[in-house]
Design a protein around this ligand. Structure first.
Ligand SMILES: [Fe+2]
Length: 213
């Protein structure tokens, strides 16, 4: 009898763990939709970046738990956009130098928002460094190569892929071969070549080009 009770308790514990994980996932997805709701032209961007980041991570051999973590980082990478004025985010014409500087501050704002989450410091890192370049020419810190954590290099590729594979006010999502060429062109400069290689393999399997907005 005691044994049965023990098993039941263990099962309840597992299901409450599962429930907690599901709750975390759903709350973070809701937060991602909150970020994206600010800009009607990037609707669903954060969730797509999260999904693509997880696909790349799987391709690169990350464990299931690591894939989940990368998915969460993808969901929140642009949270700093909350701090960018709405009229600036939804502006369809080109930004002035001053506006561009405000826009470029969103990684720092995101970092500040997430830096208190001590259980997963990678969330704040992803927010801060997702616009860094592999060659050091990105922003805000200009860090390069292996100094950019691997998972952030994954998010950078997924982020750019989705920017090209989603509709904008002035254009439809780009053809798959154009994105493929752009990825390869920026491999080694903007992006880590290992991550680009994984993304290209994902695109090659996506023969019907279903990975777009
Ligand atoms: Fe961003």
């Amino acid at each position: 009898m005691d044994k049965i009770k023990k098993h039941t308790e263990a099962a309840e514990e597992v299901s409450s763990d599962k429930r907690d994980k599901l709750l975390i996932t759903q709350v973070l997805e809701a937060l991602a939709r909150t970020i994206d709701a600010k800009d009607k032209y990037t609707n669903g961007h954060s969730e797509r970046v999260a999904i693509y980041s997880r696909m790349i991570a799987r391709k690169l051999g990350f464990s299931d738990d690591e894939q989940d973590d990368i998915y969460y980082m993808g969901l929140l990478h642009d949270i700093g956009k909350i701090g960018v004025p709405h009229d600036l985010i939804s502006k369809t014409s080109g930004l002035t130098d001053e506006e561009y500087l405000i826009m470029k501050n969103h990684p720092i704002v995101g970092y500040d928002i997430l830096s208190e989450i001590s259980t997963m410091p990678e969330l704040a890192m992803a927010a801060r460094w997702h616009h860094e370049y592999y060659n050091g020419e990105g922003y805000p810190d200009g860090i390069a190569g292996e100094d950019i954590p691997f998972f952030v290099r994954i998010i950078a590729v997924a982020d750019s892929y989705d920017a090209m594979a989603s509709n904008r006010s002035y254009r439809q999502y780009l053809p798959q071969d154009v994105i493929r060429a752009e990825m390869l062109k920026n491999s080694g400069t903007q992006f880590d070549p290992k991550v680009v290689q994984a993304m290209i393999e994902i695109m090659d399997i996506d023969v019907k080009y279903s990975l777009h907005e």
